[in-house]
Design a protein around this ligand. Structure first.
Ligand SMILES: Nc1ncnc2c1ncn2[C@@H]1O[C@H](COP(=O)(O)OP(=O)(O)OP(=O)(O)O)[C@@H](O)[C@H]1O
Ligand SMILES: Cc1ncc(C[n+]2csc(CCOP(=O)(O)O)c2C)c(N)n1
Ligand SMILES: [Mg+2]
Length: 321
C-alpha cells in the first residue's frame, strides 16, 4: 500500500467504526446475523493496473471473480453471491467475451450473480470492473488478521511467485511458447482462489489472510495487526517447478517471488503445537502447505536464508501509486 493509500484507509477508519468492519484491518467484513454471520468483501480491478489491455477479456472476468473470492477463502467463508460493477467500453466484442468468461467462472464456483451496476465511460477512460462478494462464515468463527499469537508458526499454500513471474514475461513481451511460461502467465491472468483450503484451514488457524500484494508485505500486515514481529525463511518459500525452470532458483528469484504479489495463496499463523495436525490435514485433503516462518514478540519483519540473515528488499510488496 502506498503512503497515499495508507493515509486514505487510515482516514476511512474514523468513518468505518462498526465492529463488523474489523477496523478495516482484515480481508473482509463480518456482519453478525442470527442465521449465521455474513462475510463481505469488495475489490476493483483496473486495466493497466491489475491486467493488460491485451489480456483475453475472458481472463479479466476470471481475475475479477478470483481476486474477490480469494478474500472469502482467507476467511474460510463459503460464497453465496456477488454483485458486479462494470465499465462499458467502446469495444462491444470485448464486453461479449468478458461476459462469456464471467458466466463460465460463476458457474465454476457456483456463484450466483445477484446484481450490480453498469456505466458507459468516455473513450479514453481505462476499463475497470468491481465486485462485492458475500459469503457464509465458517461455524468455527472467522479467522482475523489481528489474532496471531507470539510463538505461532507462519504457513502458506503453494506456489508463491508464479503470477509475478508471469507478469514479468508479459512485460518483457516475450513469445510465450513454452508450457512452463504458459503456466506462469495463466497464474497471473486467472488466479484460483483457495476456497476449499480456506474452509479446511479456518478451524486450525489463529490468523489468516490471502497474499495479494506479496508474501512479505502480507506477512508483515498480519504481524503488525497482531502487535508482533515476523521472521521469514526465504529458503522455505515454495516455488513451482515452472518458475524454477524459467527463472532458476536463486536468492534473487526468491526475493522476487515473495515481493511480487498477485499470488492469491493463503497465509496463516498457527500455534506451534498444531504442526502435525496441519501436516495431516494437508496430506488427507491433498494440498500443499509450507511452514515459512514464525511470529515473535516485537515488531517488524526479518528475513533469513537458512540461518543467514538477509537484507530486507527496498520494497516488501506491490504498492499502489
Ligand atoms: N474505498 C474504501 N471504502 C471502504 N473501505 C475500504 C476502501 N478501500 C479499502 N477499504 C478497506 O481497507 C482495508 C484494506 O484495504 P485493501 O484493499 O488493502 O484490502 P485487502 O483485502 O487487504 O487487499 P486486497 O484488496 O488486495 O484483497 C480493507 O478492510 C478494506 O475493506
Ligand atoms: C499490468 C499489471 N501491472 C502490475 C501488476 C501487479 N499488481 C497490481 S495490483 C497488485 C496487488 C493486488 O491489487 P489490490 O491491492 O488492488 O487488491 C499487484 C501485485 C498487475 N497485476 N498488472
Ligand atoms: Mg485481501
Amino acid at each position: 500500500m502506498s503512503g497515499r493509500e495508507q493515509a486514505f484507509i487510515t482516514a476511512l477508519r474514523q468513518i468505518a467504526g462498526d465492529p463488523a468492519a474489523r477496523n478495516l484491518s482484515d480481508d473482509a467484513a463480518v456482519l453478525p446475523r442470527p442465521s449465521g454471520d455474513l462475510v463481505l468483501s469488495h475489490d476493483i480491478i483496473v486495466e493497466n493496473v491489475h491486467y493488460f489491455p491485451s489480456d483475453p477479456p475472458e481472463t479479466v472476468a476470471q481475475k475479477l471473480v478470483g481476486v474477490n473470492l480469494s478474500d472469502l477463502a482467507a476467511k474460510g467463508a463459503k460464497p453465496i453471491g456477488a454483485l458486479m460493477g462494470y465499465s462499458l467500453g467502446p469495444d462491444y466484442k470485448w464486453d461479449q467475451a468478458f461476459l462469456k468468461g464471467l458466466e463460465s467462472v460463476c458457474h465454476q464456483y457456483n456463484l450466483p450473480l445477484l446484481g450490480g451496476d453498469t456505466v458507459a465511460v468516455p473513450r479514453h477512460t481505462g476499463h475497470f470492473s468491481a465486485m462485492t462478494v458475500i459469503g457464509l462464515a465458517p461455524s468455527c468463527g472467522v479467522p482475523d488478521r489481528r489474532a496471531a499469537k507470539e510463538g505461532d508458526e507462519l504457513w502458506v499454500t503453494s506456489p508463491i511467485g508464479d503470477a509475478g513471474f508471469g507478469l514479468n514475461l508479459l512485460k518483457q513481451k516475450k513469445n510465450i511458447n513454452h508450457s512452463a511460461q504458459e503456466k506462469l502467465v495463466q497464474a497471473y491472468r486467472s488466479p484460483e482462489p483457495r476456497l476449499k483450503e480456506g474452509i479446511w484451514l479456518a478451524p486450525h488457524v489463529h490468523a489468516m489472510a490471502d497474499i495479494s500484494d506479496g508474501l512479505l508485505i502480507d506477512a508483515e500486515r498480519i504481524a503488525n495487526a497482531s502487535g508482533l514481529a515476523v521472521r521469514i525463511r526465504l529458503d522455505r518459500v515454495p516455488l513451482s517447478s515452472e518458475a524454477i525452470s524459467c527463472f532458476g532458483d536463486t536468492k534473487s528469484t526468491r526475493l522476487q517471488a515473495v515481493t511480487a504479489g498477485d499470488d492469491y495463496q493463503l497465509i496463516m499463523a498457527c500455534a506451534a503445537n498444531k504442526r502435525q495436525e496441519l501436516l495431516k490435514l494437508s496430506k488427507e485433503k491433498q494440498f500443499d502447505l509450507y511452514r515459512v516462518g514464525q511470529l515473535t514478540a516485537g515488531s517488524g519483519l526479518s528475513l533469513f536464508y537458512g540461518a543467514e540473515p538477509i537484507k530486507q528488499p527496498d520494497r516488501l510488496g506491490y504498492l499502489h501509486g
